[in-house]
Design a protein around this ligand. Structure first.
Ligand code: PEP
Ligand code: MG
Length: 588
């Protein structure tokens, strides 16, 4: 049989070659017939016993996740344990066993499925992910009640490439990086849990590949290229040796990048910028420090609210901000005030469904309408500012009056703390995110009220181009390198420099290797990205010369469309970037 190549979405970079392990679960037969009344108690007993077993399994997975994954991922399983033991779900299941005389399997299957569907109908990517969690827990419970084993990845004895229809969060949490060379799934997309976890574990992964299981057998050899988004079964000799070469190049590249960790992000002609990390929780701090970030350019505080499903108290927030402040030892940390609404819901807040959530009641609009809730966050940030170098940043601003009203609330929070004798950094800097064309076009006015800007290209792109950032159907129109977006970015940087202030960027474009020379040429002062991207961007900066980059920026800003801009950037990389370690240019 010749080699078969299947292509999917590149979810986590890297390459692996090894034997296939098909992760397929045994199909269960659900007892459909009504149970006799005298069996009700016994059936409820079977459900509770199954739940106890499932709890033990999940508690084990949680303990493992705490050891192997980032805190945020481990927290997912705390949530799973809570859902498994949820009293409302328990009541619903018992009611179906007692009232409808369903078997325990049928009762729980229906209850979990109905609840998952309700979540899916909320049309919100975050809630859709929660629906997947609910199904994952339901399935574990079902197998435990039926007395069947779930095939798992925790007892692998050799290195394998995992192939599955889809992977649940608990499957991924059981993954041991030493045994799993890569994995590919038939389903899943870029925002799914499995993708986020693969990146966090640094396991090469391909998702959404369509038919996979029907093309492979256990123990067959496969090459999985997470960077290219492909899986090759029964690879030919040339494919195998090309894979071997890529693996050794990647290893060399990693060693080289590790050596850059403590070096500055400075061009060949001495122009220095700052490379910072984006985080969503204090548990990501380890990665921030290990990848050599010079600070935190964006702390997305809404995850504190989203994970809890309710408003965190001032004390809870203060504890997190203080820990982050202390861990960074004097390096700058930009705390973004609450940015919920849009695609980020907080289940416990009972937010109303809106026709156009991205254009709706979100971020500072909500904070200005709920000043007491906002004051809790401002006080928590101010109090923590006594323990490190914190900065405050407001998201989604469109006008001067918003900044003035937000700053008035900040002034009031400061007055309250002063009156109570609580120490805080009196000189704490305040900035805004530039995420709307309105803010970008009036940057020269807005800058007078703030200390810095940070450009949020994820939103700026969607609002400038009128392209929903989460809509797969128009994903090809979502172009952060569109001339309109770049003109706005340039304008914002110039406006800040004219006032002697600085501009950073914390949208995904800041970590985009193609864009780095251009942004540097346009004068961007700070780049903030997921911590793992820092070493590669630093390498590009250290191989560039500022004079060349200025010229590059002029050429790009005169180009008429994204395609042309991409070509200019590609040509620059292959022709003008000074050489780095051998082979490294071939990889990136
Ligand atoms: C952005 O919009 O670019 C940004 C960084 O904010 P978020 O992705 O959280 O909306
Ligand atoms: Mg945004």
């Amino acid at each position: 049989m010749g080699e078969i190549e299947v292509r999917g979405i590149s979810a986590s970079p890297g390459i692996g070659m090894g034997k296939v392990f098909r992760l397929e679960q045994k199909r269960l037969v659900i007892p459909e017939e009504e149970i006799p009344e005298e069996q009700v108690e016994q059936e409820i007993g079977r459900f509770l016993e199954g739940r106890r077993k499932a709890f033990e399994q999940l508690a084990g997975i949680h303990a493992r996740a705490v050891e192997n994954l980032s805190g945020e991922e481990a927290e997912v399983f705390e949530g799973h344990l809570e859902i498994l033991m949820d009293e409302d779900l328990e009541e619903e299941i018992k009611e179906r066993i007692g009232g409808y005389r369903f078997s325990a399997e049928k009762a729980l299957g229906e209850v979990f499925e109905e609840n998952a569907r309700e979540m899916e109908e909320l049309e919100n990517p975050y809630m859709r992910e929660r629906a997947a969690d609910l199904r994952d827990i339901g399935r574990r419970l079902l197998y435990a009640v039926a007395g069947e084993e779930l095939v798992s990845l925790d007892s692998l004895e050799e290195e394998v490439i995992v192939i599955a229809e889809d992977l649940t969060p608990s499957d991924t949490a059981q993954m041991d990086k030493k045994r799993i060379l890569g994995f590919a799934t038939e389903r899943g997309g870029l925002t799914s849990h499995v993708t986020i976890m693969a990146k966090s574990l640094e396991i090469p992964a391909v998702v959404g590949a369509g038919e996979l299981l029907s093309h492979c057998r256990d123990n067959q050899i496969a090459v999985l290229d997470g960077t290219a988004g492909s899986v090759v079964f029964d690879p030919r000799e040339e494919t195998r040796s090309a894979c071997g070469e890529k693996i050794s190049l990647l290893k060399k590249e990693r060693e080289f990048l590790d050596r850059l960790r403590d070096l500055p992000a400075e061009t060949l002609d001495g122009h220095r910028v700052e490379l910072c990390a984006n985080i969503g929780s204090e548990r990501e701090l380890e990665g921030v420090l290990s990848h050599g970030a010079e600070g935190i350019g964006l702390f997305r505080t809404e995850f504190l609210y989203m994970d809890k499903g309710r408003l965190p108290t001032e004390e809870e927030q203060f504890a997190v901000y203080r820990k982050v402040a202390e861990s960074l030892g004097g390096k700058g940390i930009i705390i973004r005030t609450l940015d919920i609404g849009g695609d980020k819901d907080v289940p416990g807040l009972g937010l109303q469904k809106e026709e156009n959530p991205f254009l709706g009641w979100r971020a500072v609009r909500m904070c200005l309408d709920l000043p007491e809730m906002f004051a809790l966050q401002l006080r928590a940030i101010l109090r923590a500012s006594h323990y490190g170098k914190l900065r405050i940043m407001y998201p989604m601003v469109i006008s001067l009056s918003e900044i003035r009203r937000l700053n008035a609330l900040l002034g009031k929070a400061k007055d309250d703390l002063r009156a109570a004798g609580v120490p805080f950094d009196e000189d704490i800097e305040v900035g805004i995110m530039i995420e709307t064309p309105a803010a970008a076009l009036t940057a020269h006015i807005l800058i007078r009220e703030v200390d810095f800007f940070s450009i949020g290209t994820n939103d700026l792109t969607q609002y400038t181009l009128a392209v929903d950032r989460g809509n797969e159907r128009i994903a090809d129109l979502y172009q952060p390198l569109h001339p309109a977006v770049l003109q706005l970015i340039h304008r914002v940087i110039l406006a800040s420099h004219e006032e002697g202030k600085w501009t950073g960027m914390c949208g995904e474009l800041a970590g985009d290797e193609r864009a780095a020379p251009l942004l540097l040429g346009m004068g961007l002062d700070e780049f903030s990205m997921s911590a793992g991207s820092i070493p590669r961007i630093k390498d590009i900066i250290r191989r560039s010369s500022r004079a060349d980059l200025r010229e590059l920026a002029v050429r790009v800003l005169n180009a008429g469309e994204s395609r042309e801009i991409l070509e200019i950037l590609k040509a620059y990389r292959s022709e003008s970037l000074s050489p780095g370690t051998q082979g490294q240019n071939d990889l990136i």
